[in-house]
Ligand binder design. Structure first.
Ligand code: ADP
Length: 507
């Protein structure tokens, strides 16, 4: 049996999962790390802590593998795959490997004013055309520019070639190879707002716009392919003596799409975590969005040209259920929502628009706020719970429709993963609202699985995507049960409720 070590470096924890050659999860371990909020709207991580937690999770997982399957199993670990929180920006000293500042996390809004100024000067269109992204503080470019302009001596050191920039994948690669490799994969590069997704190269015009010296940039490599080897000393403490090829890298949402076997154009997945992230494979075409979706690179290998994806996000997915629990306190744990919502047959024409932090795709209204409409004397907490679950599905349906409109492809099913997909009622509602089946796979750790797949393909554990598709197994398929007219009415009423939530915080 061969094994692959997948590193899943997320926003709140670092996980290490060992998969075997049948795609089965063998062991896993996660470590949390600190969230740093130095000022309102700022979010940072200590890059050294990211690395230490990832290393320690890896050692724990490899230790578990050895105790479960014997020391000899360690000799069979044949590749490392990496998947990571995207856009988060690290700048470190090339020689010492010391970060010169904390990592600026994707959620950080410190460069929002800079982005607004760029928008005023008419740069949004060029940026979207070259990078597929909307001009926003979310992406790495303005975070890196901020570091170069605000950390003392950073710019002069960068210009002397002394600094390395990277998203978290690059940082982990650098540490795993003991500083020998400074690289990133195309999927992560496509989230920096500095990378041209059509020419597949760092874009000179954008580098000039953000005043980024080329010397800081990582080398861009395919998502599937050996890019270096782990330093031998790293895993020696648990008895793993060989160096291991680092053979797969992709940003978390792209890795999840790959892990969901969305290999064919026109396949899509939605992840139901805190928020919801939907990605659709559009094949070798970078579809330009007219419905406020992002165009991004999914993955690539040395042999095949990159797969592009359309991406849309909903801010309040599972977090809506957290609000029922912590804000309204009408449930005591997230899973209670299913029974409560199932105790009524419908939401009684009540709609909850969970625009607590504005609305994402496709409405993009930062001033929208949470709204609950349609209540009567008969409305109970059960109706509100039901409306909350419907809201998760209806928001995802809006993204789904935008994807179909942009791509001109009718999606025939939606593959799902993430914590909230344990909720069968939610999944059934999603199928009803979309009018296509919702498919939940057996392995729901799809992000890490995607990284393992990319790595395993590169080192020959698997020969082709077709072989992976044979392994991929369905846990449950939810068939839509509503009539077209029921669906149409529901979605129209929902959009009326959304309209009532829009713009509320402008005054
Ligand atoms: P993340 O990776 O964003 O932390 P997870 O994939 O771990 O998210 O999913 C956790 C989210 O799913 C939480 O927001 C939680 O409220 C929600 N959740 C968990 N269980 C259920 C459930 N049975 N029904 C609905 N939502 C749930």
């Amino acid at each position: 049996m061969k094994y692959i070590l997948a590193l899943d470096q997320g926003t709140t924890s670092s996980r290490a999962i060992v998969f075997d050659e049948t795609g089965r999860l063998v062991v896993s371990h996660a470590e949390e790390f600190q969230q740093i909020f130095p000022q309102a709207g700022w979010v940072e991580h200590d890059a050294n802590e990211i690395w230490q937690s990832q290393l320690s999770a890896s050692l724990a997982s490899l230790g578990l593998l050895a105790s479960k399957h014997g020391e000899a199993a360690l000799d069979k670990v044949c590749a490392v795959g990496i998947t990571n929180q995207r856009e988060t920006t690290v700048l470190w000293d090339r020689a010492t490997g010391e970060p010169i500042y904390n990592a600026i996390v994707w959620q950080d809004r410190r460069t929002a004013v800079r982005c607004e100024a760029l928008r005023q000067s008419g740069k949004a269109k060029t940026i979207q055309q070259k990078t597929g992204l909307v001009l926003d503080a979310y992406f790495s470019a303005t975070k890196l520019e901020w570091l170069l302009d605000n950390v003392p001596t950073a710019r002069v050191r960068a210009e002397r070639g002394e600094l390395c920039f990277g998203t978290v994948d690059s940082w982990l690669i650098y540490k795993l190879t003991a500083g020998r490799v400074h690289a990133t994969d195309v999927s992560n590069a496509s989230r920096t707002m500095l990378f041209n997704i059509h020419t597949l190269a760092w874009d000179k015009e954008l580098l000039a716009l953000f005043n980024i010296p080329t010397s800081v940039l990582p080398n861009v490599v395919p998502s599937s392919g050996v890019l270096g080897e782990t330093d031998r000393a790293l895993f020696a403490p648990v008895g793993l003596k060989q160096s291991i090829p680092i053979a797969g890298v992709a940003g978390d949402q792209q890795a999840a799409t790959f892990g969901q076997n969305c290999f064919a154009p026109g396949t899509a997945k939605n992840t139901y975590g805190t928020g919801c992230f939907m990605l659709m494979n559009t094949g070798t075409t970078a579809v330009k969005s007219s419905n406020k979706l992002l165009t991004t690179i999914g993955w690539s290998s040395a042999q095949v040209s990159p797969a592009y994806c359309l991406e849309g996000s909903v801010f309040m997915g599972g977090a809506t259920v957290q609000w029922l629990r912590d804000g309204l306190q009408i449930i005591s744990k997230a899973s209670d929502v299913e029974a409560l919502a199932a105790s009524v047959t419908g939401a009684d024409d009540c709609y909850l628009v969970p625009a607590f932090t504005g609305l994402g795709t496709p409405h993009w209204d930062g001033f929208a706020r949470g709204t609950l409409v349609g209540m009567t004397r008969g409305t109970t907490r059960a109706h509100i719970a039901r409306a909350a679950l419907e809201a998760i599905c209806l928001q995802s349906a809006d993204v789904f429709s935008a994807m179909q409109a942009d791509s001109g492809i009718a999606l025939s099913e939606l593959r799902v993963d993430g914590g909230a997909t344990a909720n069968n009622l939610l999944m059934q509602m999603q199928a009803d609202v979309l009018g296509v089946p919702v498919v939940r796979p057996r392995v729901t750790e799809t992000t890490a699985l995607g990284a393992a797949y990319l790595a395993g393909l590169a080192v020959g554990v698997w020969q082709s995507a077709a072989e992976l598709s044979e392994q991929w197994a369905v846990d449950k398929r939810f068939e839509p049960q509503w009539s077209d007219s029921e669906r149409k009415r529901k979605r129209e009423r929902w959009l009326e409720a959304v309209a009532r939530s829009c713009g509320w915080a402008k005054k």
